[in-house]
Each structure stands twice: as C-alpha cells, then as structure tokens.
Design a protein around this ligand. Sequence first.
Ligand code: KIV
Length: 279
Amino acid sequence: MDAEKITVTTIHEMKKRGEPISMVTAYDFAMAKNADEAGVEMLLVGDSLGNVMLGYPSTVPVTMDEMIHHTKAVARAQTRALVVGDMPFMSYQAEEAEGMRNAGRLMKEGGCTAVKLEGGEEVAPLVKKMVSSGIPVCGHIGLTPQSVHVMGGFKVQGKDLEAAKKLIRDAKALEAAGAFAIVFECVPSVLAKKLTAELTTVATIGIGGGNGCDGQVLVCNDLLGFSDGFCPKFVKKYADLHSEIVGAFKSYVTDVKSRSFPDEARSFGMDEEVLSKLY
Ligand code: KIV
C-alpha cells in the first residue's frame, strides 16, 4: 500500500478518477492505528463521540475540549489517513469569529488536518472564510444530528420537492465555498447519485446515501458491531465485537472464579530456599 499521506488533494484526485473513498470514525489512538493499517483514507473524529464513547443521549452536549482531547489521541497515531475533526454543536453557529477560533483550536491543539461542520447554505460564508484562511472543510448535509431537536428525530432528508431542492442548494453552496468533501447523511440514493455527478470539485461521502456517492463513512463502533443496541438501517456490521467482547469477559470471570486463571505459565516463581526462611 502507498504510504504517502492522504491530503485534500488526494481526495480531489480520487473524486476525479472515480475511485471510491473510505472514511470511518475514530475517537482514540488504538482505533486510529487499526483503521489506518487497514488502508482507510479518512478518519473522522466525529462528534458521535458523545453517543458512542461518552454515553450522552445525543451529540448536543459534546464540548470543544472533549473534541480536542479525542482528536489529539487520533492525531498521535500519526496515520497515513487524513484526520478530520468535527466541530461540536454551538462551536460555530453563534458567530463566525467564534467558529474560526474553534476550528483553529481543533487544528492547532487537536492536530487534525481538516474540520467538519454541519449545515449548507447558512454556513457557506463561514466555510469560505475557513478555506481562505487555510482550514480545509468537510460539510455535512441531509440528516444533521446536531439539529435533531429541530428536525424532530432521525429521519431521511430530501424526500419531497422542497427538501430535495434545499439539499441541492446546500451542496452547491458548500462546493462554491471551497469545501473539499461533503457528508450526505440519510439522503435518498438516487438524489445523492445525481448530485454527486453534478458536483465537480467536492467529494460526496455517504452515510445512508447509497452507493452513488464518491465515498462512504460509517461510525467505527457500528461497523465493528460493538453493541447489540439499535442499529441504523444503513449500517453493515463487518464484525460482531459485542459477542466477542462479552464472551471473552465471561470466560475471564469463569476462570477467575474457578482459579484456573492465572495458570503456572502466567505466574512468577521464587527460590525455595528464600521461601523456606519465611514460611
Ligand atoms: O459524528 C459523526 O460520526 C458523523 C458521521 C456520522 C458522519 O458526523
């Protein structure tokens, strides 16, 4: 595998060549190392961190400091993959200047190469300012989890005429603003495919957007089957780590209780003579 670092230029070139782009979330050093070794091109330190790692009910409570803490851990893995840090809820929506400063923090303190933020036309001026200041931006439209309380739940977006037109405007505004990629979350496949063909410079990354996007992203814990709880329709589980992990812990508990762990091979000896002077 080519060990050259993935950059936004690589992503542009992959889009141009029609070469599918793989992205997964990662929130810590170990997961980043594993995904990178597997050849994933982009690692997203998503604000799904809130649900997946921190046990929050949504992404809304996630803070800048939490994002920076986890982005640092992923960046320390020094991956070949492009590391994208997610801008959490209310780190950029209130004021442009605050958004700029927080994106700067994510790059300077967190060590990511690019940032991701949710929204379309309404955030395009901020995206433009970020890009012109040297901050590569990945957009995120369709289902935007930070707005779950406005959207009234996690639903497929862009299904009726007005919603589909808005989605198209959003994607085009982000492309014109200079975003290098856009996540399409829970968007009808046919619409995602047509839009992907229309957008010439920005790579579309689907999550519930069908296979006509330029690339795909999944939450690493979903992909690995880390829990047996609710699983969105668009997820494909490539492993069943939940069963593996719970099974392993159960075996450990059994071994501890039967004193079959640790065995001789995993224990340390002592000179008999020394012992005899004690007992
Ligand atoms: O936070 C996240 O993990 C995301 C992905 C679902 C794209 O935004």
